[in-house]
Design a protein around this ligand. Structure first.
Ligand code: SF4
Length: 90
């Protein structure tokens, strides 16, 4: 995973074996998703995966190898998360 601006140092998966996020075995997948569920940099993770159009692995709690989840991942950030601050009046 590329660390663009230091956010990776806060990742819940930082000290774990990366293979966990690239194994589609259901038991291992569940363990990886549990890390993502409490990860404080999920937003940044999703944005990077979206930028690179990842098609393998788990990113931001989404399985890129599952078509429905990959579609959400590639559109990150999700529609309910503001992408930028509203313009201010001058
Ligand atoms: S969301 Fe998941 S894959 Fe992404 S940095 Fe956090 S723990 Fe790692």
């Amino acid at each position: 995973m590329i660390d663009i601006d230091g956010w990776r140092s806060h990742a819940a998966c930082l000290h774990e074996v990366t293979d966990l996020w690239f194994d589609e075995d259901p038991a291992i997948e569940t363990a990886a998703l549990a890390y993502c569920a409490v990860c404080p940099v999920r937003q940044q993770c999703g944005e990077v995966a979206s930028a690179y159009k990842e098609e393998v692995g788990i990113w931001a709690g989404l399985r890129a190898y599952v078509p429905e989840e990959r579609e959400i991942l590639h559109a990150y950030p999700p529609a309910h998360v503001p992408n930028q601050l509203p313009e201010t009046r001058q």
